[in-house]
Ligand binder design. Structure first.
Ligand SMILES: Cc1cc2nc3c(=O)[nH]c(=O)nc-3n(C[C@H](O)[C@H](O)[C@H](O)COP(=O)(O)OP(=O)(O)OC[C@H]3O[C@@H](n4cnc5c(N)ncnc54)[C@H](O)[C@@H]3O)c2cc1C
Length: 371
């Protein structure tokens, strides 16, 4: 059998979305995942698509998130065509609740936020909050269905999905990466994309290079209420998102707990407190379950996507931190365009998010590279 064009290390939302997009473009793709496809950080996500909710500044990152949102509907339509699965994309709005201590800064930010969407602001109408801001173009997707659609779409397009096959490093010769090393032998390809979330640097480390990505644990609670509020409510303290099946997801903690992906009692208490403030009507809701995941965060909190400088054939896509679902469609188009030998599909928006920035900072974790 001939070599695949691309081998992707990591079958989370970033690896799967990239694989599907590349396969749609006619590339032959293999995905290696150490465990289950989508079984780590991606499985934990609440599925909120909230570029303005997630932003506090008018900067390149906010523009990137918004671009990610704009790419989502077309991406989901194409996924549905390939699989028949509806990932329950809902872009009918998010209610951003603003506390008294952030209200002045939020009011100052309204001018730039309104360049993105026609926000409507009500003062002091929500108990315990100073402002209630309706943002009509943000929303959510149902994470488990989105991941299922991506995995099915990959299979439909002939992606070779290898579950339970971990990369132990990369195969390199004379400054060029030619695939991933695994416990069951090498997986060779012309292009190697490392998208292994918080484990990315373990794969890069034998080459002496690193993104500096590290885990930030997020814990989440799911409850079921007879008549829960319909909209996503989002505040600096957390969020409550109701899914179509009536389950409300309450999120999320931000814990510096290393690679510990367990749920803690303290985490559950904090989540219950968030719910009490954001959706007091949920106090009688029945507990469904709780889970945790490890968000991949770089030193500057921004994603890193692109060719690794000075190492031919090696691409990385990680560091999506709190917004990996939101940025998955854009990241997939970006990695696929690069793999085809082109440039980013939105160079003005993506320019600041390549790996070059990791190499240019003093004390950078990126290391010398090979070559
Ligand atoms: C609680 C929580 C809530 C969140 N909510 C949202 C949200 O509402 N909206 C949003 O946009 N984002 C959200 N996120 C963030 C989002 O989930 C992440 O940014 C995203 O899932 C990262 O995807 P990934 O593919 O990079 O990583 P992962 O999903 O972690 O995938 C990495 C994959 O690599 C595999 N792997 C690891 N090592 C190896 C190896 N050596 N060889 C082969 N495979 C390997 C793993 O098994 C894993 O499947 C949330 C995250 C958490 C934890």
């Amino acid at each position: 059998m001939s070599l695949p064009d691309v081998v992707i290390v990591g079958g989370g939302v970033i690896g799967l979305a990239s694989a599907w997009r590349m396969a749609k473009d006619g590339l032959r793709v293999t995905v290696l995942d150490a465990g289950q496809l989508g079984g780590e950080s991606s499985r934990a996500a609440a599925g909120i698509l909230g570029p303005l909710a997630e932003s506090s500044r008018d900067d390149a990152f906010t523009a990137l998130l918004w671009h990610g949102l704009e790419r989502f509907p077309g991406f989901v339509d194409a996924l549905r065509e390939d699989t028949g699965i509806d990932p329950e994309l809902d872009l009918t709005g998010i209610l951003r609740l603003v506390a008294a201590d952030e209200a002045a800064a939020y009011r100052d930010s309204l001018a730039w936020r309104r360049r993105y969407a026609a926000l409507s602001v009500r003062e002091e109408t929500w108990p315990g909050f100073a402002l209630a801001v309706w943002s009509p173009r943000e929303g959510q997707v149902y994470g488990p269905r989105y991941l299922q659609a991506l995995a099915d779409a990959c299979a439909t397009r002939g992606v070779n999905l290898q579950r339970g096959r971990a990369a132990t490093g990369l195969v390199s010769h004379g400054g060029r990466v030619t695939g991933a090393q695994t416990t069951s032998g090498p997986a060779a390809a012309g292009v190697t994309l490392v998208a292994a979330g918080v484990w990315t640097d373990q794969v890069l480390q034998p080459l002496g290079i690193a993104t500096g990505v590290r885990p930030i644990r997020g814990q989440v609670l799911a409850v079921r209420a007879p008549a829960p509020h319909p909209e996503v409510r989002y505040a600096a303290i957390g969020y409550v998102a109701r899914k179509r099946n009536g389950v409300c997801i309450i999120g999320a903690t931000e814990d510096d707990a290393g690679y510990d992906g367990s749920v803690s009692l303290g985490g559950i208490v904090r989540l219950a407190e968030k719910a009490a403030r954001l959706a007091p009507e949920l106090s009688g809701a029945s507990f469904q379950r709780a889970w945790a995941g490890l968000r991949p965060k770089t030193a500057d909190g921004l994603p890193v996507v692109g060719w690794w400088p000075g190492v031919e054939g090696l691409m990385v896509a990680t560091g999506h931190y709190r917004n990996g679902i939101l940025l998955s469609a854009l990241t997939a188009e970006w990695t696929a365009a690069l793999a085809r030998g082109g440039g980013s599909p939105a160079p003005g928006v993506t320019a600041s998010f390549g790996p070059e920035r990791l190499l240019s900072k003093p004390g950078s974790p990126a290391g010398p590279g090979i070559g």
